[in-house]
Design a binder for this molecule. Sequence first.
Ligand code: MG
Length: 256
Amino acid sequence: MIIKKSPAEIEAMKEAGRVSAKVLREVGLQVRPGVSTLELDELAEQLIRMEGAIPAFKGYGGFPGSICASVNEQIVHGIPSASVILQEGDIISIDTGAIVDGWVGDNAWTYPVGSISPEKQKLLDTTEACMWAGLDAAVAGNRLGDIGHAVQSIAEDEGYGVVREYVGHGIGHDMHEDPNVPNYGRRHTGLRLEEGMVLAIEPMINMGTYKTRKMPDGWLVCTRDGKPSAHFEKTVAITKDGPLVLTTEVDHRRPV
Ligand code: MG
């Protein structure tokens, strides 16, 4: 069941979005060679709690961290660990969310660790472009397939694989609400988007095959061919004035 949000509820969700975005940015600033993903997780939890918010991920389905930290061929849901030490040339997807007044914000960004290869940089740039194209398509009257198509066409033009098994989602009082928001699809197909829907749009784009492999810890998802993967996410509300990104520290459409 899709739970639409009133303009007042969307306004209330901005605070969860702001905290989620601030924490992601500040944790991203600490990404460098030699840092462990557990250190990043501890910083994220501290920052979230300093805002009077609750880490949305911690304890979700038993997940132990306040961030998901997914390095190189890891696509999503990496458990933060003292034994995962970032190395020069890595890329790391950090996904985090905060709960404020019962509303959830969810966002992710993939950061370079030190200097990275041109191939990895292109993967990051393309996946970010996929995310913006998906957000731009989050317009009342469009359909879910328009979002998926916008993401998929940019990724596949570069020969990249679009992850199928993991998708974006509705979000509100729960982190994962209906509908699923695939990063693939055909134009003018699927559920019609309406004002008041709030979605987390999150392309997961692989340098090689779209195929994935779930690791034995039951969480971590990797590319089947071991090639790198990138992941960018923002929470967006569909409003009468168009897409409104909620996971931002400043109130405008294209946050830096
Ligand atoms: Mg999400």
